[in-house]
Design a protein around this ligand. Structure first.
Ligand SMILES: [Zn+2]
Length: 153
């Protein structure tokens, strides 16, 4: 129970940054969204929405799966998380916002970060004119993703 006489805990710099980013994209910064963001940033497992729900529910028992989905949508929209859609199976979410590569297990759907430096020039190496060619076709490149595929034995 929150004591109304007690001052609200001060925002940490990370909280303030989260609030700023959400509000800049037109989303309110709620306790639920903060909890979903904190959880996403605390794990390396690239969880599904169901997994986020199961984890966050331990701290906020009355949170609904729909609220978790909405929180994930807000975080992705505000550039605070990425949605990793795989061919089959549920989408997974990543709280890491710096560019990095993934390793994906085709059997379990498990995704882990690949401990390799990100190469911002990789597209140029594939084709030095690729970005320009695509631009002419009306496509503006904003980045790229690379997944190393295989199976854990
Ligand atoms: Zn990742």
């Amino acid at each position: 129970m929150v004591n109304p006489a007690e001052p609200l805990p001060a925002d940490t710099p990370a909280d303030a940054e989260l609030r700023r980013a959400l509000e800049q994209s037109g989303w309110r910064c709620t306790r639920q969204r903060t909890a979903v963001h904190d959880y996403l940033c605390s794990v390396e497992s690239h969880p599904t929405a169901e997994e986020v729900f199961a984890a966050v529910r331990r701290h906020i028992p009355n949170i609904s799966l729909a609220t978790v989905y909405k929180a994930l949508e807000a975080l992705v929209d505000a550039g605070l998380a990425s949605k990793l859609s795989s061919g089959d199976g549920p989408a997974r979410y990543d709280g890491r916002t710096d560019a990095h590569y993934h390793l994906c297990c085709l059997k379990s759907g498990r995704i882990i970060d690949l401990p390799t430096d990100f190469d911002a020039k990789l597209l140029d190496k594939l084709d030095p004119n690729l970005v320009t060619k695509l631009r002419r076709q009306g496509f503006r490149v904003s980045g790229y993703r690379l997944e190393v595929l295989g199976t854990f034995e």
